[in-house]
Design a binder for this molecule. Sequence first.
Ligand code: PHE
Ligand code: ZN
Length: 849
Amino acid sequence: MRDAAPTTIYLKDYTPFGYLVDSVHLTFDLDAHATRVTSRIAFRPNPDATDRTFFLHGEELKLIRAAIDGAEITPDVTDKGLTADVPDAPFLWESEVEIDPGNNTALEGLYMSNGMYCTQCEAEGFRKITFYPDRPDVMSTFTVRINGDLPVLLSNGNPSGKGEGWAEWVDPWPKPAYLFALVAGDLIAHPGQFTTKSGRNVDLNLWVRPGDEGKCAFGMEALKKSMKWDEGVYGREYDLDVFNIVAVDDFNMGAMENKGLNIFNSSAVLASPETSTDANFERIEAIIAHEYFHNWTGNRITCRDWFQLCLKEGLTVFRDAQFTSDMRSAPVKRIHDAIDLRARQFPEDNGPLSHPVRPESFQEINNFYTATVYEKGAEVIGMLKRLVGDAAYAKALDLYFERHDGQACTIEDWLKVFEDTTGRDLTQFKRWYSQSGTPRVRVQEDWADGTYTLTLKQRTDPTPGQEAKLPQVIPVAVGLLGPNGDEVRATEVLELTQAEQSFAFTGLAAKPTASILRDFSAPVILEHDQSNAERAFLLAHDTDPFNRWQAGRDLAQDTLMRMILQDAAPDTDYLDGLLTVLRNDELDPAYRALMLGLPTQSELAAALHDRGHTPDPMAIWAAVETLRQATAQTVQDLLPRLHSEALVDGPYSPDAEQSGKRALGSAALALTSRLDGGAMAAEAYDKANNMTLQLTALSCLLRARKGEAQLDAFYEQWQHDRLVMDKWFGLQVAMAAPEATPAIAATLTEHADFNWKNPNRFRAVVGALAMNHAGFHQPDGAGYALLADWLIRLDPVNPQTTARMCSAFQTWKRYDPDRQALTRAQLSRIAETPNLSRDTTEMVSRILG
Ligand code: PHE
Ligand code: ZN
């Protein structure tokens, strides 16, 4: 049972552990309900530490035996770990514990998934495997022996021996315990080979369950591309003889970078054209790259403590974004990232869960694997690179790897390599790591005598625990366009460091149109009262692809706001601008598809709230529907041709070119369905020869309130495939009419295939409910109640996934008093649940505020 008062851990309290670990030897005797873990750990006093308390973390372990230098001892054991008296000299610690992987539903520590043993140790799961100083600054080499009656026995590092029912692995690279991994099961390898730039041959394997062999080829290619890219761009070479990836069906997150043995949620690695969409392929390629890149940014150089999580995650997200830009289209990737940041990180940063990129306190670290740490953390690195320039960035990174290889580091170490290579003082820049909240940049323009003056004012609203904010360094990329659409000033990065600052552009023949925050040069909210005529001009002429897209987005948002607030008709600047863009065959199809996108309904709710209005989810939904209908009518003549783009010649490939065409074709089909009631979508469904087209057609039909037959046929066709069935569940909730959403979701939770203990399936239904804005926010509170019911049910089984999904409630204070009361009641009901996990307790209490 938990203690009543949860403990808070502070960054400022960091002290090193009193002992260093020279080596770890582990033996696993696998058994579904009584696995024995024997450890032999060589400790010695840490000369840099003052506190010599010998405390080893340990949770849910049955201690069988413990010994120091061969003499049995009886340590003091609590539900958090043990303490013991140890010599003031090097000593050998031994222990034997028993654990129950078969009953581990939290998917943290050693657990079972479909008869396969696997581990998840980040952040603090190793303490559920054996007694250990489970903190990232304690690093050691590991030797692991696995005894078990299963064909495949894997751990980190290189294989060092195997026989009937056993295998041994040695990992020569010192690592923290969170990077430990073990997998044992009846698995099949999809093999590959990679030769590193210095000539090391590496055996690659993607391990999957029998039946999934056909979904490995893409992931394997993505791995090879990632290895090659990291050598070419960062000079980083792989450092073991083998690299293993395992696909697991039951996994809380996307994937995990365990040294030499990455473990993936099967949804983040398994792919085939028949079962995966283009978006799935792109995500898989990025996640494989991400986990592989962690080998240097995370594993070789790790984090001193969990407050430094962004050191590895922000940097690795930044690196995987660079990779995707190089493999695909840089502008399209940048637009996707901005959409994603606004959809996931901005609400977090502007609500009760707001926290700095480097948090300063936590109760449960699992609650800080957030969009802020990951995605804003990556944006911060992007800004740093923009400020110092590409060459200095490359030099700083070389120094980082050279200076810190084998260490557990901090953000201070990271910034220091930039200061040392550039001579720049990064004191003010560091506020990006300590101040929470999204900065807002207000634009004022003046024009006189050939001089255009841009005045930028920054401010950040108060966030929990941070009332007053100081100005940050904001790189604002700006370009100017002349009246005929020519660029009269190329992109320049303005450094906004003060609360208010003016920048003058002289010698201009005519008043220019400014393109501000090009390439989304900072993760801020730009407040720029541009006229729609100027936006339409930028939509037609901007040479910066990001801002050209943004101009269309601003027009869309502006018309939606006026439709919602003033009952205005859809704006012709927007509709005509879109028509021109869609007619322009010189524009990349992927880019044109993005132009057809709209701000999400949740984003519109935030924008209304920002302007002092109470958002009405049903009114927002209705405005979006009306605008879509008007768009369909406006571009009607183009639709058949645009739709035919999706039917590319030749064999399917998930590359940028083909997937861009399908994205445009799919957007066209969605608009067509608004005019023909789904007739064309029904045809497209029958003709679909890949999952992208099949799922698009099905979603168009569901949106048109048709598609019953196709839904059943889809089920018949795919009921054997877990990942495709997740789509079947999720789509029905995503496409449901607002009033019907809670009931449809509730019905799906009663379906025989709704295995709620599987995080992917749970998210497919319950997560999709929270994502359907108007459906979730039904005025009777049915959406809130259903989510709360399921969170209460899942919490004792899987606290981590439960806690993450609580964030669906984070925006509750935007809405009207009735909805607030309904939400508060559900949050209180969750909070009052007996024995609620630490994870969920922390989330709910922060959200309640
Ligand atoms: N470290 C993983 C990643 O980002 C994420 C993760 C965290 C996975 C915790 C599992 C548990 O690559
Ligand atoms: Zn990561």
